[in-house]
Design a protein around this ligand. Sequence first.
Ligand code: P6P
Length: 335
Amino acid sequence: MPQPWMTIERHIVESQRMYNPQATGELSKILMDIAFCCKVINKDTNKAGLADILGKANHENVQGEEQQKLDVWANELMKNVLSRSGLIAAMSSEEEEKAILVPSENTYGRYVISFDPLDGSSNIDANVSIGTIFAIHRRRLGQPAEGELLQPGRHLVAAGYVIYGSSSIFVYSTGHGVHGFTLHPAIGDFLLSHPDIRTPERAKIYSTNEGHSDAFPEGVKKYIQYVKTPNKKEKLPMSARYIGSMVADIHRNLLYGGVFMYPPTEKSPNGKLRLLYEASPLAFIVEQAGGYASNGEIPILDIKPESLHQRVPLYIGSTYDVKMLEDFIQGRRDL
Ligand code: P6P
């Protein structure tokens, strides 16, 4: 049973004390700043439709500001809050073409952060769940801050996401398991609701946009055919679930057991999803929960980023199924 009233702030501090008693508390502070940003983003995403209606009445949003697209607004908020911490040297965002360097008067931060402030935001008008994704590295390459952003996921010190849906849940890991916190709207705190999440070894669900499947690699087509073919012993067919908002698809698969696929096609030879602030942090979370994430050949976490907005094919979820998918893709397995 989750401890009552275990707020995310308390959990971060207690985890630091337990796993890293010598820590300065800087990483904990960054995580708390992210939690603060997500509370603010939650407030506005769940009124998006309302804000729009009110905004149309007087050409301003409910805050009296010039109406901004929510993902642009969420990006400005995260940049503003995180750059004032004095703990971060550089940031990269899905909304920013270049890295944002954060010099501060007294110190240069020991951390760099990448984030997607509002992934899936095109779904807001349909009231579909969307999310914020973040990835935090410590500077370790002795490079200028921007270069420190291009570290593989294996070196992440913390990562996580928030899903804004029927309830808003903050899921994070600092390398000591995966923990979920549900926002209590009346209190305004994220309370521990999913301690030590472990994803099922085998998938019950497969998630992909089958509208593109004609263009998928042969091995992916064969895997999809395999999971659709009735087989009592293998508990097949799987169920197909695809929301089109990655944080929502991956969160459901994490809890129930599933495999999410965004394969490459001729038109998009590296798929659609970004390594630095989508695939890598989600791979970190899923592997911390006992799952696995691959680009079809190697673990996502072992890929050394070459550029901020680099795309990668992504196969992520229950280990048994992602490994089988790799076997189909690499021809080690056939139907
Ligand atoms: P498609 C949302 O735009 C997003 O970046 C992810 O959240 C989602 O998984 C994917 O794109 C959906 O892409 O091509 O299936 O519409």
